[in-house]
Design a binder for this molecule. Structure first.
Ligand code: EPU
Length: 335
């Protein structure tokens, strides 16, 4: 296997941060993965690079996980089980599903990144989370180099969260994901306001999964910056969950505050709204900024360093705490 030295990571992360990998190993098979892990005591696993902010100038050892393959395992009643290797590009896989009329992931169209990262932060959009469609997650245990399969119930999925982000962080490498899709009797999720609006706009009353995918693509393109044009890592913060009491206090002061009920005692507030209210939407600080159409997305206007982006994020967190007494939790991985 070829281990390259001093490689710029700029093309490998959607934020476009120019960190340097002192050693960079491209891994194309399980054997290569095991071989490289044995060579180095510590490493950073890089997939699609869409949810990472590099804040250090140098990263000692990067393993670029590029395992490929999409295989139909079996059919049962309405379901089809598909195994997808970690290095497959997420959106290409979603399009493959749509071409095959396999339903379930259409609301998650156009999310940047690779399949292997999807269970880690339980990617979600427009009323669907990937946990709803994941059957199993295949991993390699770093310590033993043994394969370990996690059933959905073992992954402890939550809002932008899983066991791989918490208790098992750094212990397992996700090598493949097995999805349980529908090959008939599709269950469509169109409740998310703007999907319905988009379908109505296009005179579609009886949507197919492709129509949902197209609607999601149109919505995303209208408000989220395309990482190939302007560096970003999607939502930079999680939408905070606060107590109902705290929410009611805020509602007195801000009657139009958007909110989603999570439980009887908890309410989720869109962080984008809080950031916009705090006056940060569209601002530019050096090369770092807040996107003008969606305040939850921080952007790199050119040659920002990870530290510059992080410093803007900290400024936002301090302001939101001061104004609303809410702690904004960073969603993107910081390295
Ligand atoms: N809003 C504002 N100003 C803004 C942005 C949002 O006021 O600048 C308010 C509006 O009231 C809007 C509401 O926030 O109706 C929700 O906004 P949006 O539909 O854009 O969704 P979001 O809550 O900001 C979440 C996910 C996105 C996902 C969308 C759609 C998180 C952290 N983010 O954003 O995920 O695409 O919902 O389902 O949960 C990502 O994780 O990278 C990501 C893009």
């Amino acid at each position: 296997m070829n281990i390259q030295k001093n490689i710029s990571l700029k093309p490998f992360n959607t934020f476009g941060i120019d960190a340097i990998a002192q050693q960079f190993a491209e891994v194309l098979s399980m054997d290569e993965l095991k071989e490289v892990i044995q060579k180095t005591p510590s490493f950073f696993i890089l997939g699609g690079g869409s949810n990472i902010l590099f804040t250090k100038e140098r990263v000692p050892f990067v393993i670029h996980l590029n395992l490929k393959g999409i295989n139909i395992l079996n059919y049962s009643d309405d379901d089809v089980f598909v195994k997808v290797s970690a290095g497959e590009e997420w959106h290409s896989f979603v399009l493959w599903c749509i071409e095959n009329d396999f339903g379930g992931l259409e609301n998650l169209s156009l999310i940047p990144g690779n399949v292997g990262a999807s269970p880690i932060q339980n990617i979600g959009a427009y009323g669907v989370e990937v946990k709803d469609i994941i059957d199993e997650v295949e991993t390699l245990e770093i310590l033993t180099l043994q394969k370990k399969v996690f059933f959905n119930s073992e992954c402890k999925f939550g809002y932008r969260d899983s066991i791989f982000k918490k208790d098992l962080k750094g212990k397992y490498i996700i090598t493949a994901v097995i999805f349980k899709l529908k090959h008939k009797n599709h269950q469509l999720h169109v409740d998310y306001g703007s999907i319905n609006e988009e379908l109505i706009k296009n005179n579609i009353s009886n949507p197919a999964i492709k129509d949902i995918s197209n609607a999601v693509i149109a919505i995303r393109e209208s408000k989220l910056p395309n990482p190939s044009a302007i560096g970003n890592g999607g939502s930079f913060f999680k939408n905070p969950i606060i107590s109902t009491q705290h929410f009611q206090e805020l509602q007195q002061k801000y009657p139009t505050i958007p909110h989603y009920s999570v439980s009887e005692t908890e309410v989720k507030i869109p962080a984008g709204w809080l950031i916009e209210q705090a006056g940060f939407k569209g601002i530019k600080k050096g090369n770092a900024g807040v996107h003008s159409k969606q305040a939850l997305v921080l952007v790199n206007y050119g040659n920002a360093t990870g530290a510059e982006i992080l410093s803007l994020a900290t400024e936002i967190q301090i302001a939101i705490k001061e104004i609303f007494d809410i702690n904004l939790e960073i969603e993107v991985n910081i390295f």
